[in-house]
Ligand binder design. Sequence first.
Ligand SMILES: Nc1nc2c(c(=O)[nH]1)N[C@H]1C(S)=C(S)[C@@H](COP(=O)(O)OP(=O)(O)OC[C@H]3O[C@@H](n4cnc5c(=O)[nH]c(N)nc54)[C@H](O)[C@@H]3O)O[C@H]1N2
Ligand SMILES: Nc1nc2c(c(=O)[nH]1)N[C@H]1C(S)=C(S)[C@@H](COP(=O)(O)OP(=O)(O)OC[C@H]3O[C@@H](n4cnc5c(=O)[nH]c(N)nc54)[C@H](O)[C@@H]3O)O[C@H]1N2
Ligand code: SF4
Ligand SMILES: [Mo]
Length: 884
Amino acid sequence: MNAIRPSTQIHTTCPYCGVGCGVIMTPVAKGYQLKADDQHPANFGKLCSKGAALADTLDNDDRLLYPIINGERATWDAALSKVARTFQRIIAEHGPDAVAFYVSGQLLTEDYYVANKLMKGFIGSGNIDTNSRLCMSTAVAAHQRAFGADAVPVSYEDMETADLVVLAGSNYAWAHPVLYQRLAAAKKMRPGLRVVVIDPRRTATCDIADLHLAILPGSDGFLFNGLLNYLRREDALNLPYIEAHVEGFSAALHAARLAGSIPEVALNCGVPESSVSEFFRLFLRTERTVSIFSQGINQSSSGVDKANALINLHLATGRIGKPGMGPFSITGQPNAMGGREVGGLANQLAAHMNFTDPGHIDTVSRFWNAPRIAQKPGLKAVEMFQALAGGKIKAIWIMGTNPAVSLPDADQVRRALQSCACVVVSDCVRHTDTTACANILLPAMGWGEKRGTVTNSERRISRQRAFLPPAGEAQPDWWIISQVAQRMGWAADFPYTRVAQIFREHASLSGFENHAQRTFDISAFTDLSDDDYDALQPIQWPVNAAHPQGTPRLFTDGQFFTPSGKARMLAITPRRPAQATDAEFPFVLNTGRIRDQWHTMTRTSKVPRLNTHYWEPFVEIHAADACAKQLEDGSLAQLNSRHGSMLARVRISEDQRHGSLFVPIHWSDVFAQAARVDALVAPITDPISGQPESKHTPVCITAFHPAWQGFVLSRTPLHFDDTRYCAAACCGAYWRYELAGGHHPALWSDWAHDILNLSADWLEYRDDATGRYRAACLVDGQLQAVFFLAADHHLPAREWLANLFKSEPLTTSERAHLLSARPARDGADPGRMICACHSVGEKTILNTIRQNKLTSIEAIGLSTQAGTGCGSCLPELRHILERT
Ligand SMILES: Nc1nc2c(c(=O)[nH]1)N[C@H]1C(S)=C(S)[C@@H](COP(=O)(O)OP(=O)(O)OC[C@H]3O[C@@H](n4cnc5c(=O)[nH]c(N)nc54)[C@H](O)[C@@H]3O)O[C@H]1N2
Ligand SMILES: Nc1nc2c(c(=O)[nH]1)N[C@H]1C(S)=C(S)[C@@H](COP(=O)(O)OP(=O)(O)OC[C@H]3O[C@@H](n4cnc5c(=O)[nH]c(N)nc54)[C@H](O)[C@@H]3O)O[C@H]1N2
Ligand code: SF4
Ligand SMILES: [Mo]
C-alpha cells in the first residue's frame, strides 16, 4: 500500500454520480479549496459543474443538527432507545416482516453493510430495500440472468478504446458528465470512433452523436431484437464464441426472428429505415463496441428484457471480455454499486449471495453468527410502501433517500408515511418532503464529515475521507444503526467503533467459502490495517489472492458464473410500455435529470450558480403539440395523470418527439408548489426487477390560467401564502420567486408591503386595466426587492434586474429603468445562464458570437470564458453556435 498523502490535502470522492470522481480538498483561510484529483483513474483531473461546486455546499444551513422526536429536540440516547424499543415492540407483536428499512445508494458501503446485516441477519426479515430499486435493479437482474452474477464486465478505458459506443437511454452529457467528456476527448483524438444515441429525445449527449435514433418511447426491445436478427441474416455472429461460451442461443435467435426486417423494425421503433440500417451496419462491422445503458432502459416495465436483449448482442458477437468491448450498465448514485455488493436490495442477501440458494443463506448465517437470518426476500420498494399504506408494515426507517418525492405515486407514498405511527428518517437535512412525515429524525453526517468507501460504475472502490467536523451532533449512519442494534440486544454482533472494522468484515465475507464461485471478492482486504484502510487507493474488484492489484475487465477467459460456466442469451419478446396513451391521457410523460441539479436538490440547490441553468420546474413539449394545446412558451401548464397532477413552466423544444413530454425529477415541495413529477407516475414495475416505469406515464396537459402571474426577486428570502404556483431559487445575492395566484389581493401594494415587511423606498407602478403591478424597493440606494405581477406570463426578462443585486447602490440610470426592467443600453442583459463556472449567459454568448463572427467553441471560450471551466456546458455552447 502507498503511504498516506500529506494531511493538508484530503483526497476524497465526489458524492454525486456513479462516475466516482476523485477530488482534493485543501483547507484555506475561508473554508476549503476544491480541485479535481488528476491521479484518480475515474476522472484524471476533470470535474463537472456539480462536482466543481462542492465546496459551496458545505455550510450548515438547514442541516439536521440533533435528534428530534415528534418535533422536539432529543438526546441521542433517547432517540436511539426509542427507535430500538419501538421496533422491538412491533416485531414482538407482529413479527419481523412488520418492520422495514428503506435505504439508499448514497450511503457508504460500511453504512449499507451494517443496515443489511441488522435487518436480514438479526431482525430476520428481508424487508430492506433501497432507492437503487428505482435505478439499478433492472441491470442487476439482467446481469444475473446473463452472467450468473451481477457484474459489470468493462472499465472506463474500454469505452475510450472502443470504435463504436452505443448510448441507450442515457443522457451521458448531463448525468455522467466526466465520462461524457472522456468519450468526447477520445472521439476528438480518434474521429473514427462512432457514437450512436438511442433516446426518444434529442439530448445534450447527441452533440457528439454520429447517429441519433429518436425511437418511440419504450421501443428499444424491438430495435435490439431486430439487430440480432440482422446479424444472423448477415452471417455476422461469432459462432465459435457462442459454441464455447454461450447457452440459450437458439431460443434467443428464434425469438429475435419475429422482429422482422429493417422496415418492420423502423416501423415498430418509429424511426426512418435509413437510420436503422445505418445503426445495424455500424454495429455489424465494428468489433470494438461498448453499449452503455441507463435509465431509458432500466426504468421500464420490461426493462430487464430490454437490457438482456442488448447483452444478447454482445454475447452473440463475442464482444465481451476483450479490450474496447462489452455491455456497460452505468450506475447512477455514488455508491449504487457498493449497495449491490453488500446485498442492499430486498432480494439479495450479502456479498453477492442470494436467497435462491439455501447454501448461501447458511453461509451468511454462519459468518454472521445469525441463526434468525431471513429465509426469503423482502418487499421491493414499491410493494414496501404499498404494504406501509395497507398497514402491514408498521414501522419504517428511511436512510439517505427522499421517497415522498422520488417514488412513483408519490402522493400515495406521502399518505402512507403520514398514516404510519413510526417513521424514522436519518438524513443530513432538516427540511425535506420526507423528513416532514417523520416521527423520529436522526442527524446523519454528510459528505466531508463521514469516512468510508464507495464503488463506482467500473467496480472501482474509492475512499471518502473526512475533512470537516460533524455538523452539530450528527453521527455516521453505521454508528446510528449499530447503536440501535446494540440497544435491540445485539451488542456483540454490532461492536463497531471504527469504519475500517466494518470494511474488513465485509471483505472477509466476500471471500468466505467463496471458492471462486462469486465474482464479488475483495478478500485481499480481510486483514487490512486501519492505516492501510486510510491510505487505500482506488481499485477495481475482484481484489483477491489471484488478482491482488484488482481486475479491470471481467470474463476475459469466457467463463461466467452460471452453473455451466457459460453466459446465457435470453429469448426476448419485446413488449410495449404497460400503459398506453388514450384520448383522455394522450401524451407520454418522460422524466429525468437536468445538468446542474442532483435529485431532490437538498445539496445542489445551495449553490447559486447551479440554480441559474434552470430555476423552476418545466415541461418540454414539441411545438406542434404546444400549438394544439394552446400552450405558449413560458406559460404555465397543468399535467394530470390517473394518479396525480403538477404545474410546470412550458418550454417549447424541437428536441421532443411529437406526443412526448419531458419533466425533470428534481423539484419537491421544499422548492416549488405542486411540482413533484412522481405524483403523476404510476406504481407500475418490471415483473422481474420491480423497477418502476418512470419514463412512460400517459398524461394530459392543459394551459393553466391563474388569476395573476409574476416574479419577485429579493435580497432576503420571502414567504408567500395563498399562491397556486411558487418556485423558489437561491441565486446568490438574491432569491428568485416565480409565482401565480388564484385570486387578486384587494390592493397589490398592501400585499407586496406585507410580504417584504421592511421599511424601504418604494417605486411603484400600477395599471388596473391590464392588471399590472410593478414595484422596486430600495434600502440605502441598494436594491432590496422587485415585484413584477401581471394578468398572465408576459413579463419582462429577469436577468438584468437580477444583476442589480450586486452590493453597490444603483446608478441614476439603473433606477430610472428599474420598472421597465430593461437596461438603458443593449448588452447589459446576460440572458439565461449557460456556463455555471464563469457565469456566462446565453445573450452574452450570442452577442459575442455575432459581433466577433466567432465560429468555434474555442473562440467563444477565449472571448467570454464560457466552456473553459468544467466543460459541462460545451454541448449547449455548440448548440448556440449552430443556431447562429
Ligand atoms: N445532473 C445529474 N446527474 C445525475 C443525477 C442527477 O440527479 N443529476 N442522478 C444520477 C443517477 S442516480 C442516475 S440513475 C443517473 C441517470 O442517468 P440517465 O439514465 O442518463 O438519466 P435520465 O435523465 O434519467 O434518463 C436518461 C434518458 O433516457 C431517455 N429515455 C426515456 N425513455 C426512453 C426509452 O424508451 N428508450 C430510450 N432508449 N431512452 C429513453 C430520456 O429521454 C433520458 O434522456 O444519473 C446520475 N447523474
Ligand atoms: N419519475 C422519476 N422518478 C425517479 C427517477 C426518474 O428518473 N424519474 N429516478 C430514480 C432514481 S434513479 C433515483 S437514484 C432516485 C433518487 O431519489 P432520492 O434518493 O429520493 O433523492 P435524493 O435527493 O438523492 O435523496 C437523498 C437524501 O439523502 C440525504 N443524504 C445525503 N447524504 C446522506 C448520508 O450520508 N446519510 C444520510 N442518512 N442521508 C444523506 C439527502 O439530504 C437527501 O435528503 O429517484 C428515483 N425517482
Ligand atoms: S461526473 Fe460530476 S457529479 Fe459525477 S462524480 Fe464526477 S464530478 Fe461528481
Ligand atoms: Mo439513480
